[in-house]
Design a protein around this ligand. Sequence first.
Ligand code: FUB
Length: 308
Amino acid sequence: AVAQKANNVYRSSDTTFKSVGNPVITHKYTADPAALVYKDKVYLYTGHDVAPKDQARYVMHDWAVFSTSDMKTWTEHAVPLKASDFAWAKGDAWAGQVIERNGKFYWYVAITHGSIHGKAIGVAVADNPLGPFKDARGSAIVTNDMTTEAKISWDDIDPTVFIDDDGQAYLMWGNTTCHYAKLKANMTELNGPILKVEGLPKFTEAPWLHKRKGWYYLSYATEFPEKIAYAMSKSIKGPWQYKGIINEIAGNSNTNHQAIITFKGKDYFIYHNGALTPDHGSFHRSVCIDNLYYNADGTIKRVVMTTE
Ligand code: FUB
């Protein structure tokens, strides 16, 4: 009852709370986590599920941002970005990721295009990690008609963004097919062709890139209902070697969606499940966080989803 009441909470001022296990956020439904480590804080960006209980579909109008210094005490900040902030789009605040470059913060999101078929990717920019974020281009950076194998309206979703050690930035995204392209240094334009990521068995969606000790890691949602799998490579261009499952099916949610970060010497796996609404989990999702552990050879130990 508490979660249902809290479902439509829209923050206009900072509110601090302590997390007591998973889900981390219990006053509203949060999905598709992306986390940014910046200076001495973690910024957690999430979607916001507000589907009425009788509707089995995603209803998502805005995103949320939370910050923490210790992974326990969280502050929720004012709504940083809404679907309606993209004038060319017509709604659906789906998954995205924020990255910092030269003191600016770029947020890549999936959203439904107003005039081109299907989902598109927009990019918003802000001067600080809490926003407010504003549309950085006035148009989509990726649209459904730019990817040749576009068959479904949601195949250009779930952008992840990564800046390599040489300064080259990459945007990766997709459903069913995983795509990637270089970004220009301005972070708002693609720089070169859209390529396909090969070698990911049963790729569904939700790619996330990170790098550790000379290995690139590409984690992603596989099958449906979704588990989180991952591949490793010595180059961002591949070849990718599939390494297995990190996280099993997300309880009563058909989707899972992950972010992987290192903060103050610890590794974290951030994901969502349907723990707050057992009978409507796929559309009332909640962000959870567990520790992530690597083996000596760089492979990742399974994360056991907890609800405690
Ligand atoms: O939240 C809407 C969609 O569900 C996301 O884009 C996918 O990753 C899945 O979580």
